[in-house]
Design a protein around this ligand. Structure first.
Ligand code: GAR
Length: 207
């Protein structure tokens, strides 16, 4: 059984999608071992509590420097012995040492079709603001493995979503969540839980 640690910073609707998918059998052979937040007030922690999932908090703000945080964060993650780490709206840069230790065992959900509207500083609502500014007609979401770059790791699943003429960033964000994120993140976890995702030469093969 795949042990998952989910890292969150905010509302946790993607965490909820994972919890629901485990409850209703869309994800099998996997269990959420813990939810780690960098923000003690994240509603995602409330969601975890409601389902009896261990909730934990660690923030760079609690540490003198980044190196101390990185060390403590990795120790905390290690303590849950995860097989898979899911970044579900987690806004902290993942330490290099953690990426090395958990190579192809960390996945991230990003609210655009990578390589559009991604990279440093492009997260959350900003992604949808940029998509509307550019005037794209199709956007979507991407689940990918995490490597040393920002949003550059091997792509696992993508789902397109239409942009509508009257969209605001908030309306588009909600549609991308409903039609793409909440579907492909559980799907990707289920594929991994059943050993169906292989990485070959920096690209994934879905078996
Ligand atoms: C989601 O839209 C997720 O794709 C995005 O943050 C939101 C978190 O919402 N992540 C990024 O932009 C990462 N670059 P949630 O807390 O309700 O799941």
């Amino acid at each position: 059984m795949l042990r998952i640690v989910v890292c969150v910073s905010g509302g946790g609707t993607n965490l909820q999608a994972i919890i629901d998918a485990v409850e209703n059998g869309i994800i099998t052979n996997a269990k959420i071992g813990a939810v780690i937040s960098n923000n003690a007030n994240a509603y995602a922690l409330e969601r975890a509590k409601k389902y009896g999932i261990a909730g934990d908090c660690i923030s760079p703000k609690q540490f003198e420097d980044r190196e101390s945080f990185n060390h403590a964060f990795l120790e905390k993650v290690n303590s849950y012995e995860p097989d898979l780490i899911v970044l579900a709206g987690f806004l902290v840069v993942i330490p290099g040492q953690m990426i090395q230790k958990y190579r192809n065992q960390i996945i991230n959900i990003h609210p655009s079709l990578i390589p559009s509207f991604c990279g440093t500083g492009c997260y959350g609502l900003k992604v949808h603001e940029k998509a509307l500014e550019r005037g794209v007609k199709v956007t979507g979401a991407t689940v990918h493995f995490v490597d040393e770059g920002t949003d550059t790791g091997p792509i696992i699943l993508q789902q397109p979503v239409m942009v509508e003429p009257e969209d605001t960033p908030e309306i588009l964000q909600r549609r991308v969540m409903e039609q793409a994120e909440w579907k492909i993140l559980p799907q990707a976890i289920n594929l991994i839980a059943h050993g169906k995702v292989k990485v070959v030469n920096g690209k994934t093969i879905i078996l």
